[in-house]
Write a protein that binds this ligand. Structure first.
Ligand code: NAP
Length: 275
């Protein structure tokens, strides 16, 4: 049997690095830090090495389609696929940032929703039997869902929404912000929230597709919230340490062989949350 491998995006710092740290201790196989910047990624691998942990490194900028396909080809060639993928990379503008809202919407949706979607498109076919996929979303996405118009909420909760329809809705939000019409169109004033609503719904869509297209492969895919975590993104006042924030993503990444649930859920504090 080939070596098992776990890959974590955006793992040069913050929650991603803490997920790699925990996987180095608990996952039987190779664990990869991936980062868009080679220097920051290698430095993170060295920092774990000084803790006595061995993480590998591969460059991966989820906003760059060439970087995604190169990484996918690397894991296919070296390991015959991927056993665990944690889509953790994400961005958020600070509250005080004065970048116009429509620019924030476009940039935030590009990374958190569309680029994570590209990762799933290229890596899902590589996920081995018994594989685990974890998309790091946020409770902010659940709150945002409840602030959307009833019509949008109905689509985001429906079992028949497709990736194409969802991506169309995400693009509609971005386009509406450019005309200043997003509120009339039923969206709340949060680009980060909409991006994470989209990521959670996208996770549910891919989980349903996996159940249909690979029913015997035992793959589990879930979205989760790490909690409010002290990182560069959330600042020093958050209650959880990065290692505490890693607990739920790592729990989902290491669901035992033969488990059938959770799958296609939004999970926080290791519990399935209502959607
Ligand atoms: P962070 O410290 O800002 O780390 C974000 C990571 O994502 C960094 O490694 C960053 O790389 C990477 N990244 C950004 N864009 C990327 C791209 N295009 N390609 C590859 N990597 C990219 O934030 P964090 O708090 O650890 O957040 C991790 C995840 O948890 C995010 O998805 C976030 O939305 C989610 N989350 C966080 C909290 C919280 O309280 N912190 C709560 C809910 C959800 P660089 O160093 O190169 O920028």
């Amino acid at each position: 049997m080939s070596t098992r491998v776990a890959v974590v995006t955006g793992s040069n710092k913050g929650i991603g690095l803490a997920i790699v740290r925990a996987l180095c201790k608990q996952f039987q196989g190779a664990v990869y830090i991936t980062a868009r910047d080679v220097g920051r990624g290698q430095e993170a691998a060295e920092s774990l090495s000084s803790e006595g942990l061995k993480a590998m490194f591969h460059q991966l900028d989820i906003n760059d389609p060439n970087s995604i396909t190169a990484a996918a080809a690397y894991f296919k060639e070296k390991y015959g696929g991927v056993d665990v993928l944690v889509n953790n990379a994400g961005i958020a503008f600070k509250n005080a940032d004065t970048t116009p809202f429509d620019v924030q919407a476009e940039v935030t949706l590009k990374t958190n929703y569309f680029a994570t979607g590209d990762m799933l498109t290229h890596f899902l076919p590589l996920i081995k039997k018994g594989g685990r996929l974890v998309n790091v979303s946020s409770f902010v996405g659940s709150r945002t869902l409840n602030q959307c118009s009833p019509a949008l909420q109905q689509r985001f909760r429906s079992e028949d929404i497709t990736e194409e329809e969802l991506s169309g809705l995400m693009q509609r939000f971005v386009d509406a912000t450019k005309k200043g019409e997003h509120k009339q169109d039923g969206w709340p004033e949060t680009a980060y929230g909409v991006s994470k609503t989209g990521l959670t719904v996208l996770s549910m869509i891919h989980a349903r597709r996996l159940s249909k297209e690979r029913p015997n492969d035992g793959i589990l895919l879930n979205a989760c919230c790490p909690g409010w975590v002290r990182t560069d993104m959330a600042g020093p006042k958050a209650p959880k340490s990065p290692d505490e924030g890693a607990v739920t993503p790592v729990y989902l990444a290491l669901l035992p062989a033969g488990a059938t649930a959770p799958h296609g859920k939004f999970v926080s504090d290791k519990e399935v949350q209502p959607w």
